[in-house]
Design a binder for this molecule. Structure first.
Ligand SMILES: Nc1ncnc2c1ncn2[C@@H]1O[C@H](COP(=O)(O)OP(=O)(O)OP(=O)(O)O)[C@@H](O)[C@H]1O
Ligand SMILES: O=C(O)C1=C[C@@H](O)[C@@H](O)[C@H](O)C1
Ligand SMILES: [Mg+2]
Length: 171
């Protein structure tokens, strides 16, 4: 854990990875990277456009390729919620990042996820948010070095909780 110079946030769409990530970076004196923004800027399309034009599988492949290109230190990295579908990308992140799973209850999540289409969530046709939650939570838990439950805390409080939960050699 000592050699891991970055923090990567993983978790369901709308759990707060981007919102909390930037606050966490500021508190820790780290830089901030949002892989969704990085991919959109490099692909010159929004994520929703990539999914609509190329389909889900190709989107996951594009996301993986951009993840594998990441080389940085002292960054908080807010990932896309679908990053856990590509073990190779997760192994790459794990080499340099303490991986923090931001967990939130499904009912809270649903209040934030009113439109999964315009958000560009990687969800197969016919699947519900409940299905996605059941499918993904075990994957987030598998890849996480630590899990932080956001409950009904404000983003600032979640950032503080992450720092408090961090192994002592990382703070
Ligand atoms: N702790 C929180 N309490 C209340 N609202 C929050 C909290 N964290 C985030 N939000 C709100 O939830 C919404 C989604 O947050 P955010 O975009 O940071 O999620 P995300 O995990 O980065 O999602 P995505 O996977 O789609 O990138 C935003 O409107 C944000 O303001
Ligand atoms: O959880 C998801 O499936 C996604 C979340 C977003 O952050 C983006 O990474 C993308 O739109 C897919
Ligand atoms: Mg985000």
């Amino acid at each position: 854990m000592k050699d891991k110079k970055n923090i990567a946030l993983i978790g369901m769409p709308a759990v707060g990875k981007s919102t909390v990530g930037v606050l966490l970076a500021k508190k820790m004196g780290f830089d901030f990277m949002d892989t969704d923004i990085l991919i959109q800027a490099k692909e010159h399309q929004t994520l929703a456009q990539i999914i609509a034009r190329h389909g889900l599988e190709q989107f996951l492949e594009i996301e993986k390729q951009h993840l594998l290109d990441i080389r940085c230190t002292r960054h908080v990295i807010a990932t896309g919620g679908s990053v856990i579908y590509k073990p190779e990308a997760m192994r790459h992140l794990a080499e340099t990042c303490v991986i923090v799973y931001l967990a939130v209850d499904l009912d809270v999540l649903k209040t934030r996820l009113s439109d999964v289409i315009t958000r560009g969530v990687a969800i197969s046709p016919g699947k519900t948010i409940d299905d996605l939650y059941r499918e993904r939570v075990p994957l987030y838990e598998r890849y996480a070095d630590l899990a932080v439950h956001c409950r009904k805390q404000f983003p600032e409080q979640v950032a503080k909780q992450i720092i408090q939960s961090m192994p002592k050699d990382r703070t």
